[in-house]
Design a protein around this ligand. Structure first.
Ligand code: ZN
Length: 121
């Protein structure tokens, strides 16, 4: 009887809303306990620079002046523990981040990135 069924263990991440299998460790970059730019009120978007060899460098436009590169945050597996970190108002994860940062982008365009992503990075 049991071979007629496949056991599926899935869960939805509270912070980004994506669905994952429970057997995989998901380190969500929107998790506020990581104290990174994705949940921080000082994030004002992303500065995208293209080098001559075509490499794209993305840096956080931080109003506290800590212009951390996205690569650095990724290498820390999103756990930045920034000393200037302060959570965004009413933070609920990816959704809150998207709203706050997109609003800032409309007021002051910080990026030349015109990709089709709904998030700047
Ligand atoms: Zn997540």
């Amino acid at each position: 009887m049991t071979q007629d069924f496949r056991k599926i263990d899935m869960y939805q991440c509270t912070w980004c809303g994506k669905i994952f299998r429970t057997d995989r460790l998901h380190r969500c970059k929107f998790r506020p306990s990581y104290r990174n730019c994705f949940s921080c009120r000082h994030c004002r978007g992303v500065i995208v620079e293209r080098t001559e060899d075509g490499y794209t460098d993305k840096t956080i436009n931080c109003e506290e002046g800590l212009h951390t590169s996205i690569l650095t945050i990724a290498q820390k597996q999103w756990e930045l523990s920034c000393p200037k970190w302060q959570i965004m108002d009413d933070y609920r994860g990816r959704e809150t981040y998207a709203v706050n940062v997109m609003e800032e982008k409309r007021r002051a365009v910080m990026t030349e990135d015109s990709g089709d992503d709904d998030l700047p990075f």
